[in-house]
Design a protein around this ligand. Structure first.
Ligand code: PHE
Length: 358
C-alpha cells in the first residue's frame, strides 16, 4: 500500500470515529487545515520534478477531494443525528394542560372598583384613600351634620367605646370624610375619587354591615351642576357599556351638598334580568350634589372663590346590577364556589382601551 493510500485509510478511519461536530472539526483541521497532513503533502509538489509531479499531483488532489467529501458527508450525518436526538428529547405531550389551572379569582367588588377607577382615571381623576376608623369631626361635623342631628342616627353608625376625653371614634359610615381630609391638605383644583370600605349597622338581602363606596370630588373655580351631570352621565354610559342610557337627577337631601340629588338610571326588567339603557323604569344608583359652602368653609376654602361637586356610589350594588348577582350577603360569605362562578380572572384587568369587562 502506498503511503498516500495508508494516509487516506487512517484519515477515513478517524472521520468514521468522530462522533461529535467538534471531534470532526479537529480531524478536518489536522488533515486539511493550513498545517494539516494533506496540506503539508500538497506543499511538497512544488519541489518535485515534473514527472514526479505528474504522478503525485492527481493522487494528492484526489486524496484531498475524497477526504473533504467524507468530512462533509459525516458532518451531514452528525447534524441529522443531533436533530433527531433533540426532537426526541424535546417531544411535547400536547394532551397535557398548558400549565396548572390558575387558582383563585378576583372578587367582583375588586373588579368593579378597578372598572370605576379606570373610567375616572381616563377623565383625569386621582385616587385618594382614608382611614376606616374615623373621628366624629371628619365623618359628620365637618360635613355639615349639625350636632345631634338625626342624620347622624340615619347612618346607623357603629361607635367605638368613648375615649378618656369622651370622644367616640366611629367606623366611617361613608367615604365622604376623605373629601374633608383632601380639601384640608391639598390646594384646588382637586379631582379625586375615593374607593373604600364603609360600615353601617344594617343587614338584609341588599345591605351588609360592611360595604364599599366610591366617592368623587371636584373642586375648582367656576364648577357647576352641568359639570356634575356631564361627568356622571359619561360614567354611567361607560360603566354599563351602553351607547346610550337616560339618566335623571332627582332632588334629594345630604347635609354636605346643596343642591343635592340622586341619580336614577333608565332600566327595564326582563324576566329576572335588569337591563339598563332601555325601558321606562328608573333605578337610583348614586347620591351627588354641589359641595355645601359650609363644608368648603370648614376646610378653609372660600366659597366665593371655589365651588365643586361630589358624588358617592355603592360599589357592591353596582356589581350586583352589572353582573346579575342576586344576594349581597353572598359577597362576603367566603364561599369558594361563589367566587369561582362570579369572580374574574387575574388577567382581566379593566381598561377603557381593551373594553371594560371584555
Ligand atoms: N355620602 C353619601 C352617602 O353615603 C353619598 C354622597 C356622597 C352624596 C357625595 C352626595 C355627595 O349616602
Amino acid at each position: 500500500m502506498s503511503d498516500i493510500e495508508q494516509l487516506e485509510k487512517d484519515l477515513l478511519a478517524k472521520i468514521g470515529a468522530a462522533d461529535t461536530g467538534a471531534a470532526l472539526e479537529e480531524v478536518r483541521v489536522a488533515a486539511l487545515g493550513k498545517k494539516g497532513v494533506v496540506s503539508e503533502r500538497m506543499k511538497t509538489l512544488g519541489k518535485m520534478s515534473p514527472e514526479e509531479r505528474k504522478e503525485m499531483g492527481p493522487a494528492l488532489n484526489g486524496l484531498k477531494t475524497r477526504i473533504a467529501d467524507a468530512i462533509e458527508t459525516k458532518k451531514t450525518e452528525l447534524e441529522a443525528a443531533a436533530l433527531d436526538a433533540r426532537l426526541a428529547s424535546e417531544k411535547v405531550d400536547v394532551t397535557l394542560p398548558v400549565r396548572p389551572e390558575p387558582k383563585g379569582k378576583i372578587h367582583p367588588v375588586s373588579q368593579v372598583t378597578e372598572e370605576i377607577i379606570a373610567i375616572f382615571s381616563a377623565m383625569g381623576f386621582d385616587v385618594a384613600e382614608g382611614p376606616d376608623i374615623e373621628d366624629d369631626f371628619h365623618n359628620f361635623t365637618a360635613l355639615n351634620f349639625p350636632p345631634d342631628h338625626p342624620a347622624r342616627e340615619m347612618h346607623d353608625t357603629f361607635f367605638f367605646e368613648p375615649k378618656e376625653d369622651g370622644e367616640r371614634m366611629v367606623l366611617r359610615t361613608h367615604t365622604s370624610p376623605v373629601q374633608i381630609r383632601t380639601m384640608m391638605n391639598e390646594k384646588p383644583p382637586i379631582r379625586i375619587i375615593i374607593p373604600g370600605r364603609t360600615f353601617r349597622c344594617d343587614s338584609d338581602q341588599t345591605h351588609t354591615p360592611m360595604f364599599h363606596q366610591v366617592e368623587g370630588l371636584v373642586i375648582d373655580k367656576e364648577t357647576h351642576m352641568g359639570h356634575l351631570k356631564g361627568t356622571l352621565q359619561a360614567f354611567v354610559k361607560t360603566f354599563f357599556e351602553l351607547d346610550d342610557v337616560k339618566t335623571r337627577f332627582r332632588p334629594h337631601f345630604f347635609p354636605f351638598t346643596e343642591p343635592s340629588a340622586e341619580m336614577d338610571v333608565q332600566y327595564e326588567r326582563v324576566g329576572n334580568e335588569v337591563r339598563f339603557g332601555q325601558g321606562d323604569k328608573w333605578m337610583e344608583i348614586l347620591g351627588c350634589g354641589m359641595v355645601h359652602p359650609n363644608v368648603l368653609r370648614n376646610c378653609g376654602l372660600d366659597p366665593d372663590e371655589y365651588q365643586g361637586f361630589a358624588f358617592g356610589m355603592g360599589v357592591d350594588r353596582l356589581a350586583m346590577l352589572k353582573y346579575g348577582i342576586p344576594d349581597l350577603r353572598d359577597f362576603f360569605a367566603a364561599d369558594a364556589r361563589w367566587l369561582e362562578h362570579y369572580g374574574f380572572d387575574a388577567a382581566d384587568q379593566p381598561s377603557l382601551w381593551a373594553g371594560l369587562s371584555k
